[in-house]
Design a protein around this ligand. Structure first.
Ligand code: GDP
Length: 445
């Protein structure tokens, strides 16, 4: 995601390293390079101009901190300005005071609307809501069916016109769906509307008619990030024609250059609410401008990593783990195995590590991080008996050979794992001690 832009920016900042003071000429040269990088990333010209002016102004200004070196100062300013153009604070969905909350989706055909409807439904359900999906895209053959499949996957009911009734009227279907939602006690209604390949007066009118029929709390415009700032122009047309309250970026996993993400907020004045990063229902998250800016600047994305990790661990497991640590119980190989499996569930290890600060610089090395290594460790632990996993000290020489054979590894691999684990266990024990064990707390009060 935005790799080229990240590389370009990081190259620009590298050149500043080692400079004791930045002259106006240095600032101008840096600003010019950033400008080019943004234009190449397909960011709208008006946005680039404004951005560069702010950078120059601030870099020359008196705010310059003594604590940072010139390169760090520029990075800080660029980071803050990036957060600004991405929208500042994350903007949450607006829910109606009187349910159901109605969310209407709009966008061009192929932008990822129907997929988003499924993702949003799944996400809302995960947040404890009772959503209803409405198939009001009666234009595109198969859209209703596609939504039904996605609804099935998300475990969310889909309201659709009865089959065999001809094309059906999307406005009527949407209106009826609201009544249905009220009767069924659904608190959020997601209306998937029809798109076209380009801006089209008829489509715009239909969207406006649906809007008037359902009175939405949010009108979300879905943008295919791969199309870049052209897609943003469409958002502008929708904003003027239908009125949008927010934007969702889809297909950020493709080799998007960043133009759409960086332009849409400034051009439309509407916030980016969510980002989609794949075809699966779970490839979807709340859009955090701060995190995205950090990612573009390759300052790591610890928060996203933590959030993803949390999601990968099931609640139950989290509670058990916390209880263990708080209770000062030993962290065993069994626990370690559970965690390994959870981390593997987050995707290829190189991707997970890539989200840590500074790791983007190490792309080439990361590409060599071998998932097989993690799988070998998993295999070794699986070859141990439950008793051995709890108390690895009982594993003697001949058992080490058997475990190595059983897991298709070498005795050296087994030894290495056991040594590293013993170190880790010591550390966990100390951490547990620091987290306020019952004994320590009570003594203090
Ligand atoms: P609609 O016409 O706007 O309803 O678009 P669809 O939801 O049918 O999506 C069009 C195509 O884009 C489908 O093949 C989706 O699987 C795909 N798609 C949607 N969102 C994403 C995404 O975030 N990443 C990727 N890679 N593909 C996506």
């Amino acid at each position: 995601m935005f790799d080229t832009l990240s590389d370009r920016l990081s190259g620009i900042f590298t050149k500043l390293r080692g400079k004791g003071k930045l002259s106006d000429a240095d600032i101008d040269a840096t600003a010019r390079e950033i400008r080019l990088a943004l234009l190449e990333a397909d960011v709208a010209l008006s946005v680039v101009k404004q951005f560069i002016n702010r950078i120059k102004e601030r870099a020359r200004g008196a705010e310059v901190s003594q604590a940072l070196n010139p390169a760090q100062q520029i990075v800080k300013i660029v980071h803050e300005e990036l957060i600004g153009i991405l929208g500042g604070e994350a903007r949450r969905l607006q829910f109606a005071k009187q349910p159901p909350t109605v969310i209407m989706l709009a966008g061009l055909q192929g932008s990822g609307k129907t997929t988003l409807a499924g993702k949003l439904a799944r996400w809302l359900k995960e947040q404890g809501h009772q959503p209803l999906l409405v198939a009001a895209d009666l234009q595109r053959p198969n859209a209703v069916n596609q939504l039904q499949v996605l609804g099935g996957r998300a475990g969310v009911e889909v309201y659709a016109p009865a089959p065999g009734n001809g094309v059906g009227d999307p406005v009527q279907v949407s209106r009826d769906a609201i009544g249905h939602a009220q009767r069924q006690m659904r608190d959020v209604v997601i209306v998937d509307t029809a798109g076209r390949l380009g801006i089209d007066a008829e489509m715009m009118q239909q969207a406006a008619d649906i809007r008037d029929a359902v009175n939405p709390d949010e009108i979300i415009f879905v943008i295919d990030a791969m199309i870049g700032q052209d897609a943003v122009a469409t958002a502008e047309a929708f904003r003027d024609g239908v009125g949008i309250t927010g934007v969702v970026l889809s297909k950020l996993d493709g080799d998007a250059r960043g133009g759409a993400a960086l332009s849409v907020r400034a051009v439309t004045g509407q916030p980016i609410l969510f980002a989609s990063t794949g075809e699966k229902l779970e490839n979807f998250d709340v859009f955090h401008p701060e995190r995205m800016a950090s990612r573009i600047l390759d300052m790591g994305d610890m928060l996203t990593l933590i959030e993803q990790a949390e999601r990968a661990f099931d609640e139950d497991q989290k509670e058990r783990m916390a209880a263990k640590l708080m209770g000062g119980e030993q962290f065993t190989l069994e626990d370690f195995l559970e965690q390994l499996i959870a981390v593997r569930r987050m995707g290829p290890i190189a991707n997970v590590l890539g989200m840590l600060p500074g790791m983007g610089q190490m792309k080439d090395q990361l590409a060599e991080v071998d998932d097989k290594h993690f799988d070998r460790v998993t295999a070794i632990i699986r070859s141990m008996t439950p008793g051995e996993r709890t108390n690895p000290k009982i594993i003697n020489g001949s058992r080490r050979v058997r475990i190595a054979n059983g897991s298709g590894t070498t005795v050296m691999d087994v030894n290495q794992l056991l040594n590293r684990f013993a170190d880790a266990q010591k550390m966990m024990k100390q951490m547990g001690g620091m987290m306020g064990l019952p004994g320590g707390r009570r003594k203090a009060t």
